[in-house]
Design a protein around this ligand. Sequence first.
Ligand SMILES: *Cc1c(COP(=O)(O)O)cnc(C)c1O
Length: 370
Amino acid sequence: MIRLSKCNLTNQEKKAVINIMNAQYLGMGQEVMAFEKKLSNFFGRETVCVVNGTFALMLALDAINIRKEDEVIVPSITYISSFQSISALGATPIPCDIDPFTMTMDINDLKRKISKKTKAIMPVHYAGGVGNLEEIYKIAKNKNLRVIEDAAHAFGTKYKGKLIGNFGDIACFSFDGIKNITSGEGGCVVSNDKKILTKIKNTRLLGVHKDTEKRFANKRSFKFDVKYQGWRCHMSNIMAAIGIVQLSRFNFLSKKRQLLAKRYDSYFRNNKNIYFIEHDYDNVVPHIYVIRIYNLKNRELLIKNLKKKGIETGIHYQPNHKLSLYSGNKYYLPNTEKISKEILTLPLHPSLTLKNIDYIAQSLKKLINF
Ligand SMILES: *Cc1c(COP(=O)(O)O)cnc(C)c1O
């Protein structure tokens, strides 16, 4: 079976984990400090690591004081984690429609959705592309709103010559098993705002004041103050050890993803039935490869038939605004409703070969007669 997504691990990652086990300090300590330092160098901005991408988003929202009564605008087509990170704080995620070409936030709908209660915008860098991020920042500046980028798909992507995370307000990444790099699970917050990052360093450790500094010095806090609500969602040394090796291998990992995506493009270009997102893969590092199939009558059957040929596919994502928790049918988002029925995600991960891509594209071709 050709898997939809998969981590790419070598003996280097295994050795790094064994080293941590031999040192017998598994929790958050100097390995996490080292990973943060390397990430900060990579992004050119200070970085704080947490247990996953969902908590990266939630702690960032908490640090900018998102509370009950507040609204955060977010595209409906995203992983449930974007929505949950907002509602976890008692705030309301306001679903936004998507642009049909990039599948990122639709700028006109974003403008319509801004209300007196809006406190922040959460653009989602779908598949690794960022859409019209510049315009989003312009709107945020005009309306005095914070921007928290859900950059879980976009580790390594460059926009107008700059790495995502290197500019803007706050960017959150995920290092779960199938993302562009992994630390087992894991995530990070990148920002220029020292106040925000300082608060997250405390909130990831139950709000214990300056616990991060103690742990990085191999010490523990027995007497401490707590000034605000925190959660227990720091990163462990084991995770950081995997992450450090993955970051050192990122040149290979990213180039391979880009190469495979370009190969898919070459099959679907000039095709009347299939639309793919036109990314510049010299700058975008794709997390997933998504196509839209026009006039597709039975997606479930296609998925089943691909599976019979040993090809696993996925749907990224069903619209979040249709979920019971997010008030069912209160919103009508025309592009989202239409496009979410047409999308299909094809396998993409660094262990695949060009031959695999050829086989997948040709199998799809036979099944839908394009
Ligand atoms: C993976 C992902 C997240 C959250 O990351 P976790 O590390 O799994 O918590 C958030 N948003 C999007 C769009 C993602 O794909």
